[in-house]
Every structure is written in structure tokens, then in C-alpha cells.
Design a protein around this ligand. Structure first.
Ligand code: URP
Ligand code: ZN
Ligand code: ZN
Length: 471
């Protein structure tokens, strides 16, 4: 399939110009001011932005958690992602305690196999180095294109690891060139606070936030940074929500330590007061770290402007309000933690970031596509518009007005975090490796057309045939 996209405003992390882009098979093969080439399909993109396909490095599809399973599988999650302009994501493959990493990866490949619409990579979430995976097995995973190790410093009794496991994993990463990712909260302290709150009969959703104060995030963030220095590995702190964890990351980056940070769309818009909404509606906003007092939002905008934080992801971890969140109607600690968002990241960051003048369009592309590609071993195959790169692109109509709503979104989930928000600017056509997967309101790709991507090690480039069909 060849596609000629004419007259779009090509916006990458570095450039902004009007031009033509020619796609042959799966790659971009020509870029020029005015291309005169035959194509099977010509798209008039005048007045539209041509953006690299966005990459979401933090998602949880089809994941067992909190006594239930996230409501989006790889088809519904990918459909939502595609309509939102995301053409590749990296999902967390969770090692069930007692299982090897190979078993966990086999399970996650089976979940995605035949269902994928966008391209997909996996992080391995390490939960057990004693009875399940070994350090030797962990060291071999980058050879399979799994080049990031995730550790949860919270969720005691479930996913949480101790500092020994965290530190040993960091040491392996220093050897193998994998990136260590941490969910940074002090899980032990939070467990004490949760038990005390419940003993006092405090059961409503707002206690989710009140038992996970920002200091517990700041402490764990600093601990991870310092341990990563000792181990000499690269560290990426996921879903930073507050000043208490921005500050240690700012220090680390100032000093040139090998630390990067991510926040998620929801932390710019949803604040603590949402958890106080009556009739259990607050449960919709029970995700971790929790929505914070509103003043943190300005700190987050400043942090993404100054590159203290380098990525905006979604942490899409969708549970229905009715039937899943309600598991915790009488006990906030039983509300499955997680929120949706895979579809609306680009629209929200365009409206309230770029259009509002908080970030430039180039920076928006950098945060949503280029930096995730660079940090997670996908660049330059993905994350930019360049000759030789995968033809993952979004033809974005900057004038299209959309009201975000659960009534119209494509996720299986029964609510939208940004319900009723009006935005100007939305994807019109989305290409994944040269195939038009979304056009207007229509999904054009078949489940199974997305591919597993073997990612490069940290700091290495992904070139050549990096994508492969899921075995
Ligand atoms: O509440 C959240 N974020 N759920 C997903 C798991 C995690 O901590 O990322
Ligand atoms: Zn987390
Ligand atoms: Zn997450």
C-alpha cells in the first residue's frame, strides 16, 4: 500500500513545516516540499497537522488486579488508543508470584495475539525473585526485546517488592542496559495508614488519597533515585503526581544522574476534591498515586516544560464504575485502583497544553511520542516523522470540536475521567505502519494487525526490522 499525504503541517519534536509525505509499504520513504509521485491513496492534509503516532509507555490492558480484571482487552484498548492517535504502546506484563518471566511473557503474548490493532511492546513487572523468576532469567529478557524492568514499591501484599528485590533488579539492569521503572510510594507506611483509617470506620473513596500522602511518594522517589545511583542503572519514575516527587527528580536531573520522570494526563486535570464526590462517584478517581491537591497541577505543567518530567503517559487501567469500582463500596481499600485515559491524551494535551500556550506543539510531540520512543528503545523507527521511520502518523484536525464522553469513547469502560470536557482538535486519520487504521468515525484495521515490537536497550537505536509478529 502506498499513501501520499499532501500539504500537511508536519510537526515533530524538532520541526514544523508544510510538506508532502510519501509512504510505501510500512515506512516513510520520501518527504518533500511538493512530491509528484503515484500513490494508491492520496490524502489532502492542507490545514491539518501531521504528527508522529503517539506512544503510550504506561498501560494495563487485560490485567488482573484488585480482585478483578481491567475492562479493556487488547482489542478494545487498542481501538480506543487508535482513535486517540496512539499507534504504539508498552504494556506491563506482570509476573505472577511463583511464575518465571517466560511464563508471564507467554501469558501476555497470548492476551495480545490476534487482538492487537496498534503495535505493542512489554515491560516486565518483577514481583518475585525467590520462587519465580531468577536474576539470570531477568538478564536474558533484553535479548527478547523486553528492555525495561518495572518494580512496584507499593501495593503491599500484592505487587510490592522489598528493597532487596528492587536493588538486585537495578544491578541486573546496570549490566544488561535495561531501564528500571518504579512505581514510587512507600507501601509499608501506606499499609499502616490504610489499616488505621479502616479501624476508625473511614471507608469512603476520599480516604484512598488521605492514606497515601504526597510525602510517601516523595520518600520512595528519592529512595529509588539514590539506590539507582548506587547500582549505576538508568531509572524512570512512573506517574509522578506531586511536588514531593518532582523535587527529588529535579535534583537528580540537575546533577546529571540517570533519572527520568513521567506524569499522566489525569494529574493535570483531576484533583483531590473529585474523590469527595457523593454517591460513591468519587470511586471513579481512585487510582494510584491519587488525585492531589490542585496546586500540584501548576508544578506538573512547569515540570513538563522544563524537562524535569519527560513523558506524559496515561496509566490506562480501566475498571467499570458499576460492578468493579463498586467492589469497594464499603471499604475504599477494596476499590480496584486505576483509571481510564488511553483515548484522550492527545486531545487533552493539545487543548490545555498547546492551545492554552503552556507548551509548544513541538514539546507536545516530544512528550507524547518522541521521548517515549527514545526512552523505551523504539526510536527512530517510531516517535518521529522521518525517511525510514515506520509510517505511524496522525492527521490531526486542529479545528475539530469534540466533547469527551463515555457515550462516544471507544474503551469498554462505563465512564470517562474528562466527561463533558470540550476540546478543539482531534485525530482525523491515523496510520499505523502505513495502514489507515482510523478514518473519521471508522475503525479500518482488523484485530491481529498490530505487531509485537522488540525494543532496543536503553540508549540504543531501533533500526531495521524491529517489529515482529507475535509468536
Ligand atoms: O491506580 C493505578 N495506577 N493502577 C494501575 C497500577 C499502577 O500503579 O500503575
Ligand atoms: Zn503504579
Ligand atoms: Zn500503571
Amino acid at each position: 500500500m502506498s499513501v501520499l499525504i499532501k500539504g500537511g503541517r508536519v510537526i515533530t519534536a524538532a520541526d514544523d513545516y508544510v510538506g508532502d509525505v510519501f509512504v510505501e509499504d510500512e515506512r516513510i520513504s520520501l518527504i518533500g516540499e511538493s512530491l509528484d509521485v503515484e500513490a494508491e491513496r492520496t490524502i489532502d492534509a492542507r490545514g491539518k497537522y501531521l504528527l508522529p503516532g503517539c506512544i503510550d509507555p504506561h498501560t494495563h490492558l487485560d490485567m488482573p488486579f484488585g480482585g478483578t480484571i481491567t475492562t479493556d482487552d487488547f482489542t478494545s484498548g487498542h481501538t480506543a488508543a487508535a482513535f486517540g492517535g496512539t499507534t504504539c504502546h508498552v504494556d506491563f506484563c506482570i509476573q505472577p508470584p511463583g511464575q518465571s518471566f517466560a511464563q508471564a511473557l507467554e501469558t501476555w503474548h497470548a492476551k495480545a495475539n490476534g487482538k492487537s490493532i496498534i503495535d505493542v511492546g512489554f515491560h516486565i513487572a518483577v514481583t518475585d525473585l525467590k520462587d519465580g523468576g531468577s536474576l539470570e532469567e531477568l538478564a536474558r529478557l533484553p535479548d527478547q526485546g523486553v528492555t525495561s524492568y518495572k518494580l512496584f514499591m507499593a501495593y503491599k501484599g500484592a505487587l510490592m517488592v522489598d528493597d532487596e528485590t528492587l536493588f538486585k533488579t537495578m544491578q541486573v539492569a546496570a549490566e544488561t542496559g535495561a531501564l528500571v521503572m518504579v512505581h514510587a510510594e512507600n507501601g509499608d507506611a501506606i499499609d499502616v495508614l490504610v489499616k488505621a483509617a479502616l479501624a476508625e470506620g473511614k471507608t469512603e473513596p476520599k480516604y484512598h488519597a488521605l492514606t497515601r500522602p504526597p510525602e510517601t511518594e516523595g520518600e520512595a522517589t528519592n529512595r529509588a533515585i539514590q539506590l539507582a545511583r548506587v547500582a549505576d542503572c538508568n531509572l524512570y519514575v512512573v506517574h509522578v503526581s506531586c511536588k514531593e516527587s518532582i523535587d527529588p527528580i529535579a535534583v537528580a536531573r540537575e546533577k546529571g544522574w540517570k533519572t527520568w520522570g513521567e506524569t499522566c494526563t489525569q494529574y493535570f486535570f483531576v484533583d483531590y476534591t473529585y474523590l469527595e464526590r457523593p454517591d460513591f462517584e468519587g470511586a471513579k478517581y481512585v487510582y494510584t498515586p491519587p488525585p492531589r491537591p490542585k496546586e500540584n497541577q501548576e508544578h506538573l505543567w512547569a515540570a513538563i516544560r522544563s524537562d524535569i518530567l519527560s513523558v506524559v503517559s496515561t496509566d490506562h487501567c480501566a475498571f467499570n464504575w458499576d460492578g468493579q469500582k463498586t467492589l469497594g463500596r464499603d471499604d475504599f481499600s477494596k476499590i480496584p485502583n486505576g483509571g481510564p485515559g488511553i483515548e484522550n491524551r492527545l486531545q487533552m494535551m493539545h487543548e490545555f497544553g498547546a492551545r492554552a500556550g503552556r507548551i509548544t506543539l513541538n514539546r507536545m510531540v516530544e512528550l507524547l511520542a518522541t521521548n517515549p520512543a527514545k526512552l523505551f528503545g523504539l526510536y527512530p523507527r517510531k516517535g518521529t516523522i522521518a525517511v525510514g521511520s515506520d509510517a505511524d502518523m496522525v492527521i490531526f484536525d486542529p479545528e475539530k470540536k469534540v466533547t469527551l464522553s463515555a457515550a462516544t469513547h471507544h474503551s469498554n469502560v462505563d465512564y470517562n475521567l474528562f466527561e463533558g470536557t470540550e476540546v478543539t482538535g482531534s485525530p482525523e486519520i491515523v496510520l499505523r505502519r502505513g495502514e489507515i487504521i482510523v478514518e473519521g468515525d471508522e475503525l479500518r484495521a482488523q484485530p491481529g494487525s498490530g505487531q509485537f515490537v522488540k525494543r532496543a536497550r536503553f540508549g540504543e537505536k531501533l533500526v531495521g526490522a524491529g517489529a515482529m509478529v507475535t509468536p
